[in-house]
Structure formats: structure tokens, C-alpha cells
Design a protein around this ligand. Sequence first.
Ligand code: CTP
Length: 396
Amino acid sequence: MLTGKKIILGITGSIAAYKTAFLVRSLVKSGAEVRVIATRSALDFVTPLTLSTLSNHPVYSEYLKNEQGEWVNHVEMGVWADLMVIAPATANSLAKMANGMCDNLLMAVYLSARCEVMFAPAMDLDMYQHPTTQQNIKKLMDFGHHLIKPGTGPLASGLNGEGRMAEPEDIQAQIEAFFMSKWPLRGKKVLLTAGPTYEAIDPVRFIGNRSTGKMGYALAAELAQLGASVTLISGPTALACPEGVNRQLVESAEEMYNATMAVFAKAELAIFSAAVADFKPAETVNQKIKKDGQALALALVPTLDILAEAGRRKQPGQFVVGFALETNNEVANAQNKLARKNADLIILNSLQEAGAGFGYDTNSVTIISKNEQIKLPLASKHEIAHQIVQYLINRL
Ligand code: CTP
């Protein structure tokens, strides 16, 4: 959910600081990279050892790292983060944030941060209700910061009321919701075919091809990370299902056809990256075929073309992407395929370039639509997937 997200957690001096250990643990578990900056008084409530162990990184509190004069670069940290979360945020720290006071490392990082900021107040109920605190909170929200509302209940003072820091799981949920709201493909229904198909000759033999599924899986991972709801219909592969992707494993072209057609009508974007066998044995023998020293002729019949059928069924609002692998007249053939299969886009794989194509971790492709051709130079399949998806986001 938070894979690769860079989060600075700023902890200030409240008893609620002890709860941040749970927050750091769950953020890291969700895939986030967490850097903790704690004020000096926060460390009266929670130890740096606990936080550094859970975040797998040193905890910073002071500008100076050691007596040799090494210092913590607050500007670098501020630029590094995708999100800064101040939790717990005391009345004192809220006042400093609202008024640009910079008397500790955390405030220097806050003032240097280019990312968005969330803050989770924690204090006694009268302090929370005080007009100056409320004014500071309003000011911070006017800056565009996000308030993580405190809860109501027993407070450390013995009083009962509003001011308890939100629970770590609530803070985590709000952080996740924050990142989800930024996803450009949030909720978009995407269907993707990937990998080879195996066409059975007998119980032990099949006709297959060299596709590994790497390009399709990289696309599925990239789309899911940007919030799309991805159904991946995959032929046989050794690859693990990317996080957040709904995978259906199939074996033959016919199974892939049926699984795809069952969900195609609901897909807003359908990408056909599978290397589907074009032919299958006219019949599959139930028993293993025995050799008898004679030649064996296999009768083959064409499989159904899944992409072409999707192109036929395509409705307004659906965007269909096919792949092509050509050996000659590459662009002209790909353009022809685009029209013939009624696709909106063809991703043309290059067979000419070293390092591109089946089995490699790198690829080089050309995006071909009716009116344009965009060549993406050799890069990792993840980078190519990223660029294809960025192109699709602009087109959609
Ligand atoms: N495709 C498909 N079902 C098939 C065959 C191909 O969905 N039975 C899709 C592939 O997933 C890919 C595109 O069609 O998106 C590739 O087509 P390709 O096999 O190259 O096209 P053909 O029309 O078979 O062209 P050619 O015979 O010229 O290679």
C-alpha cells in the first residue's frame, strides 16, 4: 500500500509519543521508508533505540551528529520526503509551525519540507480548546496541511475530553488515504493479459513460446501502484503476482480467451501483452504419445484472437492496447495491426535491438497510435512500464 513512499515522522514531547513505535512499525510493514526526527523532549517518552530499530534508520534529534562536526542536513531531508507527519504534535510545536519558529532540528526540517504535511495534535482538552491553539490549527490548515483530528477520552491529566492523539491505526489509515487520493488511476478498472499460453499435445507435451510475462507483470505492478484495480489474466509463468493485483492463472489460449471475455465488458482499459499461441493441436490426445521410430505430423488449427475479439466488442469509454512483435516493416505492420484489431494503441516490441524482448529484464518499444509514434529507448522493463503508463494517463 505504501511501497516506496518516503515519510518523515516528526515526534514532539507528549506522552502519546510512546504510540509512535506502533505507527513506525505499521508504516514500515506497509512498505514505507520512514525517517524519524524527534524533539529532545519527545525522547523523554520514547527511546531512540526503539524508533531506530523499527525504522531501520538512525533517529535524529540534534543538528550535530557527533563531536567531529558532522551535521544532519535538514534541507536534504525536507526535499527527500513524499510526506511529513508530525505526531504527536504538541501545542508548543503547533505554535512554532504556525509562526515559523525554528529552534530545533524538527522545525528546520518542517520549514525545509517541500512535501505535504499532516499533523496529529495531542494535548490536554483545555489546551486544545484554547483560542490560540485553535487559531494555530486553522492557520496550519490554511497552509494546506492536513489535520489528523484528536480523539475524545481519558487524558494523561486525569481529565476526560478532546485531545488524545488519534490511534496509530487511524493515523496510518489517513496516511494511506492521503496517498490514494493522489493516485491518477484511482479505481480505474484495468484488464491485462500476460505471459505465454501452453497448448496441450498430450498430457506431458505442449506448444508454447519463450515469453516470460515480465513486461506484462511490470505493467500490472505499475498500474496497481497508481491506484488502478487490475485484473491480470496470466499464462504459465514463474513470476509472483504483483502487490494489489487480482491474478487469474490460465494455461491455454482458449482459457485465456474465456477468462478475458468474462471481464472485458467492465474494463475501462484493456492491455493485451500476452504472447498467445496462434495455433493449437487440432486434438489433444489423452494418453502420452509413444515414439515408434516414425515421423509424427501434428495437425494445428488457429486459436481465437483475443485482442481482435476485444476490438470488436469495444464500447465507447473503453481503451484497448495491443502488443506487436514484428521482424520486418515493423511500423507499417504495427499500424496495420492497430487498424485490423480495432485497437487504440499498439506497443511495438523491437527485435532488432540487443537486450530487448523475450526473457530480458530490459526492453525497447515504440508506442504507436493512429497519429503518432513514440520510441522509448532501451531501459528496464519497469522503467518502460512506467513510461507506457504515464503515456496512458495522459491519453485517458
Ligand atoms: N493476441 C491475442 N490473441 C491471439 C493472438 C494475439 O490476444 N490469439 C494479441 C497479443 O496479446 C498482442 C497482439 O495480439 O497484443 C499480437 O498480435 P500478433 O500475434 O503479433 O498478431 P497477429 O495478428 O497474429 O499478427 P502476425 O500474424 O502478423 O504476427
